[in-house]
Design a protein around this ligand. Sequence first.
Ligand SMILES: [Cu+2]
Length: 251
Amino acid sequence: MKRVLVILIIGIIAVVGIVTYTYANIYLPNYYSQQSVAYYNGQLSMMGYGPQGSQGMMGGMMGGYRMMGYHEGYAYGYLGSTSIPQAVQAIRSVQPYARVFPQNDTIVFYSTQINLVVLSMGHQRAFNLTNYTAPLSAHAQDNVFVIDGLINPTLIMPGRSVLNIELINLDAGDFHNLAITPVPPPYPYYSMMYIRMNVMGMTPMIPYANYNDGQAYESSFSVSLQPGTYYYVCEYPGHAEMGMYGEIVVT
Ligand SMILES: [Cu+2]
């Protein structure tokens, strides 16, 4: 009788273990992945992007957008392409209305019309292209944004500036995007779900650069920000979690 009881208890523990493991390691990640794809694609269509050939009121606002398809469920696309050497030059061409402070990883803008070229890439490529020794505060441990030669810099700008952001993806093998949100780090793996309805502007996922033909893809958008603190983040799963974000302080 005692033996039957022991076997029964072991059996129950085994079943509970298997069910818990399946739920936590198979069901939940799959569930969050599907939710995350739905949120991201929903955000994109709210901002006027949609798959090429899609019908609807946003159709006329596409303005030459090339939505190429889906990568792991996420809609990706680009506005145009640029040569890689030309994109790299943006690292050295600082705007006349900007002051760069490498020690603090900070850029201060003295204009209400700011044109920002942002490059996305892995941190090793960023170190090579910029020769910049990023401070620890730049959290440059994986994928990063490069702006005016700095890595994941803090951007300080006057209130109600019109900020025009052009994101060029210089990565050789990763998709990236850029979204602006007031939601602060730390970000979870599915950052786009976490910041979901609090996005002021974003690009679609941009395909990685073609280093064989020397072309990189880009996309742009404009926002006007009220005084406050915001963050520019990459919504690709895991990227913001690993440090692909920076701060925007609007004074
Ligand atoms: Cu990314």
